[in-house]
Design a protein around this ligand. Structure first.
Ligand SMILES: NC(=O)c1ccc[n+]([C@@H]2O[C@H](COP(=O)([O-])OP(=O)(O)OC[C@H]3O[C@@H](n4cnc5c(N)ncnc54)[C@H](OP(=O)(O)O)[C@@H]3O)[C@@H](O)[C@H]2O)c1
Length: 218
């Protein structure tokens, strides 16, 4: 019987690498998108158990709809993990953060519809929830609580804005098209890295270990 195929976007990243390792161990055929399959920073993926037979790398930027379609074709499920997570402030938030998060999510979801994907998991963030100064202090923040986009803009919390707009886009797309989309909002993910470069959340841990307490760039 042919193995079930799933796609993971941003395959070389911190979280996605663990996800790909897990999916391979469960017997899935994995399509991973990376911006450059030949970049040394993605080399760890090819070393995972079963990667030689069950992992295919696809070159795809989030703004490249056609390449995303090629990566997603034939998949029953898609994990949309890719999104810029800058360790420091950015020069041009619209281009560096908002566009890949929003247009990128839209491109992935459209490609999923084209390929009749059964379910899409979009990785959002706690940053899409907590920047809401008007939320009552004694009320639990749940699915109905969103970061305030105007507040994100005035305080220049561009990453939070990108995740809020990206997740909002995903939910709206699901409601209008019927595509089965699940969003998840992790807080701070820490633990061993599989990739060779340091990602932003691991950098926070490193800074804390070095005694720097002004670590959060949301
Ligand atoms: N780590 C946490 O604590 C945490 C908490 C909450 C939510 N999240 C979310 O989890 C997801 C993964 O984050 P991570 O911590 O694993 O960070 P990461 O290692 O920096 O992964 C981000 C991935 O997104 C890819 N990416 C960024 N812009 C792209 C673009 N324009 N086109 C294609 N790929 C692009 C990066 O590719 P390149 O390597 O080519 O740049 C990288 O593979 C993100 O959606 C993030 O918002 C993370």
């Amino acid at each position: 019987m042919e193995k079930e195929r799933v796609c993971v976007t941003g395959g070389g990243g911190y979280q996605a690498s663990w996800l790909i390792k897990l999916l391979l161990s469960k017997g899935y055929m994995v399509h991973a998108t990376v911006r450059d399959p030949n970049d040394e920073k993605n080399a760890h993926l090819k070393k995972f158990e079963k990667a030689s037979e069950n992992l295919l790398l696809f070159k795809a930027d989030l703004l490249d709809y056609d390449n995303l379609c090629s990566a997603i074709a034939g998949c029953i499920g898609v994990f949309h993990v890719a999104s810029p997570v800058p360790p420091t402030s950015v020069q041009n938030p619209e281009v560096e953060l908002i566009e890949p998060a929003v247009t990128g999510t839209s491109n992935v979801l459209k490609a999923c519809s084209l390929s009749n994907v059964n379910r899409v998991v979009v990785v959002s963030s706690i940053a899409a929830i907590i920047l809401n100064p008007n939320w009552p202090k004694d009320r639990i923040m749940d699915e109905s609580c969103w970061s305030d986009k105007e507040y994100c803009k005035t305080t220049e919390k561009w990453y939070a804005l990108s995740k809020t707009e990206g997740e909002g886009q995903a939910i709206e797309y699901s409601e209008t098209t019927g595509l089965d989309v699940v969003t998840v909002c992790p807080s701070l993910i820490l633990g061993p890295m599989l990739q060779s470069t340091v990602n932003a959340s691991s950098l926070i841990l490193l800074k804390l270990l070095k005694g720097n307490t002004s670590y959060c760039s949301y």
